[in-house]
Design a binder for this molecule. Sequence first.
Ligand code: 3BY
Ligand code: FES
Length: 443
Amino acid sequence: HPLGGGRTLAAMSTPSPAMSPATAHEATSNLPELLERRRAGFSLEAPFYTDRDVFRADMTGIFGTYWLFAASIAEIPEPGDYVTVDYGPYSLIVLRTDEGGVSVLHNVCRHRGARLLPETQGTVGNIVCGYHSWTYAADGELLHAATAPDEKFDPKCFSLKKAHTRVVAGLIFVCLAPEPPTDFDDVIPLIEPYLAPHDIARTKVAYQQTIVEEGNWKLVMENNRECYHCVGHPELACSLFPTWGLTEGMIPPHLEEVWERNQAAERALQERCDRYGLHWEVLEELDTRIAGFRISRESLDGAGESFSETGRRLSKKLLGDLRDFRLGRCSLHLQPNSWFHFLSDHIVTFAVYPLDEGRTMVRTTWLVADDAVEGTDYDIDELTNVWKQTNLQDKAFVELCQLGAESPVYEQGPYMKSEYQVEAFINWYTQRMREHLGVVPAA
Ligand code: 3BY
Ligand code: FES
């Protein structure tokens, strides 16, 4: 198996209850064994966050297998525009074709493997390798290889490798597996009606922030999936109810007042959505589906319009054909690497790109209506303030957890009720990895 631990699955079928948790400092851990003995309701053992071999297995078992968020079409508005996105060792070119479609190609030359486009974004006609100038069309076809004539050389055999692609309401998803899981195709019609009214095709990128967090990609995802820590987000808490993710019976005394306000705002929002024919119901299948997701439209505090100190709009132009600013936030959480907030006046997309076992790139993109004028309709600093601050606060939390996981005394801690979505993410992850490695969980 990929970790070369040398033990067969049969030999591991009876884990000793006395077995102590593996720490970051133990010799390379045996991933099947760690997956087999995972303790439900608790955080993962340290090697999941610190071990290079676990990271490599994540890249094959998760990032090489499932549907991933790459970018939105607003990032590549014109034919020839491209962005490159990297997931661990994989690098992809996401390109707008002359026909207006999206082509996703592996960023690896078919001659001797050179990275073709080293920049994170740009515009190309044909794709020309910087090493020996092999030249590819936007669809990956090899057009030209400067060489002496050789009958045995057939350019048709050396097209760039393609990734599977789905564009969902302007969000570009990729799958690197030879055969993509089909379950995502069942999720698309569920989420598309929530997102489509915000019409990404008629937005533009107002701002993009790329940060590197010194933490494992799973810590970045876990942190996103709970608001237990939201007191650490004073700017966000002005508009995003800190009761997010809680339900009746889970409300601590200090949040009861906020909960009442939240509930009233929810009812008002739902009535408004019904009037406009907008979906608001929570659909949640975070670990019961291969394409784990959660989508909803939820109210915002204050004026209820946007992520600002007062809850008031941050751009004066409504998106798409929306007719009201008070539409709260349509939020989408997807396993394994993304989350989104679609508001009436702007959209924020978040993409997680793992770099190595201890570092993760997080890219946040703010989209506004394509006819919104900077300085007149929106101010960049005001538009981006809440999530810029929140991302930096989250980065600090993630980095504290990575430091903790590196300590020899780190042990798995219990998830609280309000962290059920963290647990769902970890359940999703461990289940997918067990399937990948053929592990049967301990009884
Ligand atoms: O961005 C999110 O979707 C979640 C909601 C609150 C905490 N976290 C930032
Ligand atoms: Fe690309 Fe040689 S490696 S042309």
